[in-house]
Design a protein around this ligand. Structure first.
Ligand code: FES
Length: 165
């Protein structure tokens, strides 16, 4: 019967047309459960089997690569002469572009008592006690903070801002 084969092909073509490699791998993991009549491999725990397949080819290719190059956003998202709030390595951070193409970043943890400092154009403002920092250098403009914000190494790669170390 040709009718039995058509739904399977449609399902494969529909999922394949997404063009996502992960989707294709996911399909491979789901196909046996979806098309089986229950005659082969009734209860195969698929929770542990597909995972090594998903992370094998491209992800582990560069085992020597350090954790650099985390994409932090588009260069165009940081105004020249301004700054934005960000998150780098899971921590609150601030990114500024003092001059076109020059990007700097700092920890957003206030050196006074640890509040999260907010981007405010050419400076960073702490909402807790009013400390202000220079967005280009992280230096204290106005206390009570005494120490500058901790710098974070970043770089520009094309039109993206990436973490560097
Ligand atoms: Fe930032 Fe006090 S914690 S000014």
């Amino acid at each position: 019967m040709p009718d039995a084969a058509e739904p399977t092909r449609r399902a494969v073509l529909t999922l394949g047309s997404t063009g996502v490699v992960g989707g294709a791998l996911f399909l491979a993991g789901c196909a046996p459960a979806d098309t089986s009549d229950g005659s082969s491999g009734s209860s195969t725990p698929s929770s542990s089997a597909p995972e090594p397949t998903l992370e094998s080819p491209a992800e582990t290719g560069g085992a020597d690569e350090p954790a650099t190059g985390e994409d932090l956003g588009a260069l165009a998202d940081v105004p020249v002469g301004g700054s934005i709030d960000a998150e780098i390595a899971g921590e609150p951070a601030l990114i500024a572009q003092p001059t076109a193409g020059q990007v700097v970043a700092f920890s957003a943890i206030c050196t006074h008592q640890g509040c999260v400092v907010a981007a405010a154009g050419a400076e960073f403002d702490c909402p807790c006690h009013g400390s202000k920092y220079d967005a280009a250098t992280g230096a204290v403009l106005n206390g009570p903070a005494i120490d500058p914000l901790s710098p974070i190494s970043v770089a520009v790669s094309g039109d993206r801002i990436v973490a560097a170390s």
